[in-house]
Design a protein around this ligand. Structure first.
Ligand code: KG4
Ligand code: ZN
Length: 334
């Protein structure tokens, strides 16, 4: 079964064609980093305009690369949220139009669920459920009990910033361009992670929730002193030390809470999803302990449409077919 996936939740426009939920025939992503770089974050209006410009060329490219035409497609899966409302509407409208014109089933996909599925489709192994899902993206941070594909129970989540957002904001403090995660990771390699004693946030009586906004503020004070309005320029080594200390504190928090949750929930398999899983330091940390870890392949870590098409196959088999009244959802919880 061939599914066309469409992704436009934030600043990537993507189309992919995936066979039977796993075999990726094409996976085209048009990133907007060049557009948002100078603003230190995604500008929604600019994102929408770019989605309009590139959506159809990206669709054509996905078909050409897969050596398929629209009539070969069996169903259309689209990320219906969470994300920026205007950006979501563009993907949704494209998917609905194709579904209507071609008379093919339409499937609405939760982008966050798809991030976890990206790791599942990256491996051939049969997964023993329940597994622990760890969502580490630019907009979300959550620990989820996965009872099966499509069946989840939320264990914990961030009460303020997402982990990727915290990386991006710390990078912005250091005058580094968006997206900040990869920049911080590179600087951290040359820095001393113990230079600043930074503590990740704890949420009272909720051991599996995250809070990164306090950590972000202590990075600011530690790097620039209390008088943040008159920031002195940091030396290159100081920048590296700030990046290393922040990254060490943030990743240790993820590490500790993930292993605690896996132990408490009796999960032996841990499935990771979201753009922050691109971080090799994070991957190395986890590979030192005794669980079965499933990471998305590097091409499926960041936003992409292969994960949307892949998960779409399972939703189709489960009979979860939408109609033209399918709505965009700026937030969806597990
Ligand atoms: O999952 P994603 O592509 O988009 C959302 O659904 O949000 O994640 C993007 C996030 C950005 O915040 C970016 O800075 C972060 O992933 N990221 C990283 C790395 N690569 C991307 N964070 C830390 N280290 C990285 N190497
Ligand atoms: Zn994402």
């Amino acid at each position: 079964m061939l599914i066309l996936g469409i992704e436009s939740t934030c600043d990537e426009t993507a189309c992919a064609i995936v066979e039977n939920g796993r075999n990726i025939l094409s996976n085209i992503v048009s990133s907007q980093i060049d557009l948002h770089k100078e603003f230190g974050g995604v500008v929604p209006e600019l994102a929408c305009r770019r989605h309009v410009d590139v959506m159809l060329p990206i669709l054509d490219q996905a078909l050409t690369e897969a050596n398929k035409s629209l009539k070969d497609i069996d169903a259309i899966a689209v990320a219906r949220g969470p994300g920026l409302i205007g950006a979501l509407l563009l993907g949704l409208q494209t998917a609905k139009t194709l579904s209507f014109a071609l008379n093919k089933p339409l499937i609405g996909i939760n982008h966050i669920e798809a991030h976890l599925y990206a790791a599942i489709m990256s491996h051939d192994q049969k997964i023993t459920y329940p597994a622990l899902g760890v969502v580490l993206s630019g907009g979300h941070t959550a620990l989820v009990l996965i009872k099966d594909i499509g069946h989840y129970h939320l264990i914990g989540q961030t009460i303020d910033d997402a982990i990727g957002e915290a990386f991006d904001k710390v990078a912005k403090m250091l005058n580094l361009p968006y997206p900040g995660g990869p920049q911080i990771e590179q600087l951290a390699k040359k820095g001393n992670p113990q230079k600043f004693a930074l503590k990740p946030g704890r949420v009272k009586n909720r051991p599996f929730d995250f809070s990164f906004s306090g950590l972000k503020t202590s990075v600011l004070y530690n790097a620039f002193g209390q008088n943040v309005t008159q920031r002195r320029p940091l030396s290159e080594q100081e920048m590296c030390d700030v990046a290393a200390s922040f990254q060490a504190a943030a990743l240790k928090d993820i590490f500790d809470k993930t292993l605690l949750a896996a132990k408490e929930q009796g999960c032996h398999t841990i499935i990771f999803g979201g753009g922050v899983t691109n971080n090799d330091t994070l991957r190395q940390m986890f590979n030192n302990s005794n669980y079965n870890y499933l990471w998305p392949s590097k091409g499926l870590s960041l936003d992409n449409a292969a994960m949307i098409a892949g998960l779409g196959y399972h939703k189709f088999l489960a009979g979860e077919i939408a109609n033209l009244s399918l709505e965009a959802a700026t937030s969806i919880s597990f």
